[in-house]
Write a new protein. Sequence first.
Length: 339
Amino acid sequence: MPTVQTLLLILTILISASMGWSSHIEGTHAAQIDPSIVDGRLGGDRDSFDAAYADRQPEVTGSGTLFSFDDLGLFLVNFQARTREPAPSDIAAVIVISSPRDPATPADASDAMDWTTSEALETARRFLPTDAVVEPVSRGTAPADGASPSRSEQPSCRSEALAETDFGPGSREGRIDCQIAMIQPTPDTVSFLTLSLTSSQLPVVSQDPCAEMETWATATGDHMSDAETLIASIDELDLTATDAPTRLDEIADGLRALADDQRELVAPPPAARAQQALLGALDDYVAALELAADAIAAADNTQLDEAVELATTARDQYLVADDRVLLALRACSLAPGET
């Protein structure tokens, strides 16, 4: 797989932000903050996002929660827990947003649907605390051929509501503020925004999440290859044999193990929907095979028909996942575009 040299320079990568903020937020009681300032915005809790965007088809993925907006592309929220387990009080620590661009277009390639800088800032303000004041943004410079994408300054924003909030042990040692990271394919356009909580105790992480994409894609490719081998082995079974139910259960166990391994991977933002579709397909295959094993053991043709229908759903979902993986790879220049 080729080395990633450009693309998707979202300066606050979700996994790095997660590692930093977990120690700040964990074990905290309710934040001392006017909820109307942050409800459904950076610094708001999971409950407020669910209430504000209940009609936005939230999907929980390994890298955060996806919401669907007609006027946006990707909208992914990384909630950080105040306790060991996910809860309604989890805090929105990072929000990644893209323009309503073609998802296969690399982040540093211009798209007709990209924002102007002013439109990007308007979009950012929709999801920043209502009292946030954003510092001026400088104009980028066009990248040379083959160079990394131009990007604006990383404009910080100040929110008195965030500054007065107790996010957990140690957070009072440094003022809590917010930051905006932009990717600019041209000096006048913006493709991606990352909004994040910051503090003097947490330096901004400058990493390329496409490096994480390469790691995720390699492991995901291995899991998909193994899954396809297991699924293909079903054709070799004699379903009339006495050990057929046992063999089907063994294949289901293998797919379940692959799904568990896939869940351990933190999908970078461009791969969030691919991860969700793949896990759904693997889970459906497991359920279909277990149902088929029970049906054969009980000689229940009705149940066997249900298993076949569920397996068909799993196959269709798997094809969707395969397409979404390819789109994610193209977005990070890890696969060629359509010809």
